[in-house]
Design a protein around this ligand. Sequence first.
Ligand code: 4NP
Length: 158
Amino acid sequence: MRILFVCLGNICRSPTAEGVLRRRLVDAGLSEVVEVDSCGTGAWHIGKAPDARAQAAASQREVDLSQLRARQLDAEDFARFDYLLAMDDGNLASLEAMRPADCVAHIGLLLDFTGDSGRAVPDPYYGGEQGFDEVFGLVERAADGLIEHLRQRLEHAQ
Ligand code: 4NP
């Protein structure tokens, strides 16, 4: 199972989601069967490490984002991943616009897995550090819902 988190720059929200889910998958014993990656729809930050504020918010909760590097969404991602999960409506619209006709992946909003359908992870880039804490909390809740969903799907596949 392959999961791709998608935001605009791939330096704030989607790397946070990648770091949190990786950590939770290890705790859930699913790290061998679920692969995680993240990307941005924009090209501005390709090759960069996550924003220092995102790294700080994550390291306070013992999640290390320092090794991640930004990359841009690629046409091949639609065939490679089973889930492409956007942080907000803008990212979702970009995914829908690039989606190939034969794509069978689940494309939706990450926060749909919290039960709060249609909600967005707000872009923290132009705000203060508090916004990064909010992102982390929202992503943590969604990661729990996503892991539960994946566990059920994996059980039914056996
Ligand atoms: P992200 O945040 O999409 O969560 O990585 C942003 C990062 C950079 C920019 C916007 C949002 N930017 O405009 O450069």
